[in-house]
Design a protein around this ligand. Structure first.
Ligand code: HEC
Length: 188
C-alpha cells in the first residue's frame, strides 16, 4: 500500500465511524445529548419567547447551576439563590461564583435577578411596558442601573416583537420565591 492509499483507507474508516455516529444523532466525543432542532414558533408567542430565551443565554446567568455546571431547571430563571456564596475577590480580574449567578468586577458586585413571575421577589408585578423599558434603557422600575454582565448593550435593540415574546414567555414559567440581594458598588 502506498502512503497515499493508506491515508485514504484511514480517512475512509474514520468517515464510516463518523457517519454511524451522525446517523445515531451524535458526534463522536460530544458529551451533549443529540440535538432536536425545533421549528420556528410564531412571532410574539410564549413559544417564540422560549426560543429567544434559549438564544439569549438567559439561563446561563439567571438559573443556578448543578455540580456539573448544567442549569438547575427546577430553579429555572430564579436568579442568584438567597444566601448563596458571592464571587471571590480576584485582584485585576472579573470573577463569578460556582453557580454563575454572582459576579464581581470593576463595576462592583452584581447578582443575577429573579425573572420568574413571583410577585414579591421576581418580576410578577412588572407590566410589559416595565419590561421593555428595563431592557431598552438598562434601568429597572426601581431605578437600579443594571450592571454587567447583564448584556443590555446587546439586547436593548431587539425588535418589539421579540421583547413581547420574551415577556409573554416569562409570564408562563413557574413562579419561584427567591429574594436576590441588590447590586453593590465597588468598595472605595
Ligand atoms: C452574562 C449573564 C447574563 C445574561 C446572559 C443575561 N442576564 Fe439578565 N441580568 C444579569 C445580571 C447580573 C443582572 C443583575 C444586574 C445588576 O444587579 O446590576 C441581570 C438583570 C436582569 C433583569 C433586571 C431584573 C430586575 O429585577 O431588575 C432582567 C429583566 C434581565 N436580566 C433579563 C434577562 C433576559 C431576558 C436575558 C436573556 C435574553 C438575560 N437577562 C440574560 C445577568 C445576565
Amino acid at each position: 500500500m502506498t502512503r497515499h492509499t493508506a491515508l485514504a483507507a484511514g480517512a475512509g474508516a474514520f468517515m464510516a465511524v463518523a457517519s454511524i455516529s451522525i446517523l445515531a444523532g451524535q458526534q463522536p466525543g460530544s458529551p451533549y445529548p443529540p440535538a432536536k432542532p425545533q421549528t420556528m414558533a410564531p412571532a410574539e408567542t410564549p413559544a417564540r419567547g422560549a426560543q429567544l430565551v434559549m438564544l439569549g443565554g438567559c439561563n446561563d446567568c439567571h438559573t443556578p447551576k448543578l455540580q456539573n455546571g448544567a442549569p438547575d431547571m427546577l430553579r429555572m430563571l430564579s436568579g442568584h439563590p438567597q444566601n448563596a456564596p458571592l464571587a471571590p475577590e480576584v485582584v485585576g480580574g472579573v470573577s463569578a461564583n460556582m453557580l454563575l449567578t454572582a459576579w464581581r468586577g470593576p463595576w462592583g458586585v452584581s447578582l443575577s435577578r429573579n425573572l420568574t413571575p413571583d410577585k414579591e421577589t421576581g418580576i410578577g408585578s412588572w407590566t410589559l411596558a416595565d419590561f421593555k423599558k428595563t431592557i431598552r434603557t438598562g434601568v429597572d422600575p426601581k431605578g437600579d442601573v443594571l450592571m454587567p454582565p447583564m448584556p443590555i448593550a446587546e439586547i436593548q435593540n431587539l425588535p418589539d416583537q421579540d421583547l413581547n415574546a420574551i415577556y409573554a414567555y416569562l409570564r408562563t414559567i413557574k413562579p419561584i420565591h427567591n429574594l436576590v440581594g441588590r447590586t453593590a458598588p465597588p468598595k472605595k
